[in-house]
Ligand binder design. Structure first.
Ligand SMILES: Nc1ncnc2c1ncn2[C@@H]1O[C@H](COP(=O)(O)OP(=O)(O)OP(=O)(O)O)[C@@H](O)[C@H]1O
Ligand code: SF4
Ligand SMILES: [Mg+2]
Length: 314
């Protein structure tokens, strides 16, 4: 891997909530998270709904909700990525393809959203090319977001993110609602961008989709990274290290669609031990009692499990 574009070090995110009007409580949703994205690399973050994937993206971009609090360190190009620096770099160096199409400004035409107000010929031409690349005609530039179909709006979000050739693209579920061919074409474009030196954090709940593009896969569970593996490790179940990752492998349509029993705990409901304990057949007494399950290196990857080599079925 070349030099890191993004480094996320020991990041934790909490929400402050008020119960019955006055009682304040802290809700931890991301705990001690570490990951890196190198130049030319696609790192997929895979996890179930509610595991903290979008919050991680928003934490990096400095756009977390007002009732949240973040600790830890985020570096971009080796320098701390403060909220102010992230704002300056947004769209120009650092780009987010957000999960929701509501991120488009409803009062601004598509063209102005892409060009960010610039009117020179070169920018207009680049805007035309980027729209064309995502299957949108030049007339799209004159439309307001309410005039776009869901699929068009999604492609406009992607076009807007790549308009200024960012060095780091954070794509948060970028292709839902698009047919397999359109999604495949978009992933192909992402791959071209990373071959040109950009780094990508590709966020999805769909492991099969992630494996079509990723170099490395980081698996999220209840706000923690529980495994980091090379994409090749997903060729065989036995190469994977965490019981949840192996369950995800078996749940893939190409590997039998085996359902994963139970569901991940809701934020704030795990007080100690391994958050996966309630779903894990390899669970031992120590798993529920340990203060913290440490991350360890196993066969070239990382895993947060006390018994990573134990064979089991979830
Ligand atoms: N503003 C908020 N206040 C309190 N809790 C929140 C807030 N925003 C998100 N959460 C909680 O944080 C957790 C992680 O949310 P997040 O949106 O990051 O999940 P996700 O992994 O992106 O899920 P999905 O796959 O459905 O997009 C969820 O349990 C959610 O309920
Ligand atoms: S073996 Fe223990 S530590 Fe590992 S995933 Fe299962 S419950 Fe968690
Ligand atoms: Mg999300």
């Amino acid at each position: 891997m070349e030099k890191s574009i993004l480094e996320v070090r020991h990041v934790s995110i909490w929400f402050t909530q008020y119960e019955r009007g006055t009682k304040r409580r802290s809700l931890p949703v991301i705990r001690d998270l570490n990951l890196t994205v190198g130049a030319g690399e696609v790192v997929a973050v895979v996890g179930a709904s509610g595991s903290g994937k979008s919050l991680l993206a928003h934490g990096i971009l400095g756009i977390l909700p007002y009732n949240s609090h973040m600790e830890g360190e985020i570096l971009y190009g080796g320098e701390p990525l403060t909220k102010e620096r992230a704002e300056k770099l947004r769209g120009n160096g650092l780009a987010l393809i957000p999960q929701g199409v509501t991120y488009l400004d409803p009062l601004m035409k598509v063209g102005s959203q892409l060009t960010r107000g610039r009117k020179d010929q070169e920018t207009k031409e680049r805007c035309r090319q980027v729209l064309e690349r995502y299957g949108l005609g030049p007339e799209t530039a004159d439309l307001y977001p309410f005039e776009l179909s869901g699929g068009m709006a999604r492609r406009v979000l992607i076009a807007s993110a790549v308009m200024d050739e960012p060095k780091l693209i954070i794509a948060d579920e970028p292709t839902p609602g698009l047919d397999a061919r359109a999604a495949g074409r978009i992933l192909g474009h992402f791959r071209e961008m990373t071959e040109g030196g950009a780094g990508m954090l590709f966020i999805t709940h769909d492991l099969e989709l992630a494996l079509t593009i990723a170099d490395r896969v980081v698996v999220f569970y209840a706000g923690e990274t529980i495994e980091e593996a090379a994409a090749e490790d997903f060729q065989e179940e036995g190469r994977l290290r965490h019981p949840f990752t192996r369950a995800l492998f078996r749940a893939m349509p190409s590997h039998g669609f085996a359902p994963i029993r139970g569901s991940q705990p809701y934020p704030g409901t795990v007080s100690a031990g391994c958050p996966f304990a309630g779903q894990c057949k390899a669970c031992q007494k120590e798993c529920g009692e340990a203060d913290h399950i440490p991350v360890r290196q196993v066969r070239g990857g990382l895993v947060r499990c006390l018994y990573p080599e134990k064979e089991e079925t979830v």
